[in-house]
Ligand binder design. Sequence first.
Ligand code: TXA
Ligand code: MG
Length: 321
Amino acid sequence: MATKVTQADRTAARMAAQVLAGGGLVAFPTETVYGLGADATVGAAVARIYAAKERPQFNPLIAHVPDLQGAYRLGRFNTQALALASAFWPGPLTLVVPKAEGCPVADLATAGLDTVAIRMPAHPVAQAILQAFGKPVCAPSANRSGHVSPTAAAHVLRDLKGRVDLIVDGGATQVGIESTIVACIGDAPVLLRPGGLPREAIEAKLGVALAVPAAHDESKPLAPGMLASHYAPRVPVRLDATSVSANEALLAFGPAPLRGSDVTLNLSVRGDTAEAAANLFGHLRELDDKRPAAIAVMPIPHSGLGEAINDRLRRAAAPRA
Ligand code: TXA
Ligand code: MG
């Protein structure tokens, strides 16, 4: 298959909608990372996502919608889900809720679960495509399974050239890390995945602490982005480094990067976790490409987007499956 790349101009959204309507795959920018989209209502279209990514089939996907009306057709929102949707949508938040009656999302996209993950992205290009298409679009991050998520169109092209019909290039993504996923199913909302919306903002809105999922077998994930080794560069990753050797690359944080490595990229010289999140996956890719003996990572604080950054780094450092 030939992969077409187009700049995100006015005709791009219409072109994308046409590809989606034909059962094709479109990679497009959201404010978090680039997504690999297909018509969420057609199983055969969804199947092509799994094939392109070489993704294990048990991973359910997020259905993207342009507005609340679209969201209510897919899922049942309890009080807490409604509060979060009205406070944080559009934005880097995904809500997992019970499927609505007649939910049109294909079973393959929800992996046969009776819940559905829904997101309303804020990115104007994503919005334009979703509005032009008029149906939900399921989209995982537009990378091969196990690779780090793409924050630029060039990353998508490298991973998925010849496997995706159209890539809409809208520049670098702003948040840089995937959406925060919160399940609003029972009484207590559960943080399934830390991400681009800090836990503190959600807890402040709800007035309760978010529960974390009960301990489970990491090989049979509840939210499979949660596979222990998931966001993995090819070279080993060493966390909380307090020194670095010459054959290692350094992923630094803050104004005083460690000395000793020839190759250093700094996530945020001023120590800002939002800036660090935006740089995380791009920097990991760039260091990985230099094939150092390992990537040493300086400690990152846990506050704000630090929770999500540390989560992704733990997975990048986990023993490979
Ligand atoms: O920022 C994002 O969320 C990006 C952009 C493209 O929207 N998407 C993304 O999708 O990160 P993906 O497929 O890489 O991660 C989706 C996560 C997976 O961990 C999956 O297990 C979880 O959402 N998920 C989807 N449906 C679920 C459900 N019904 N219950 C629990 N987890 C679910
Ligand atoms: Mg992903």
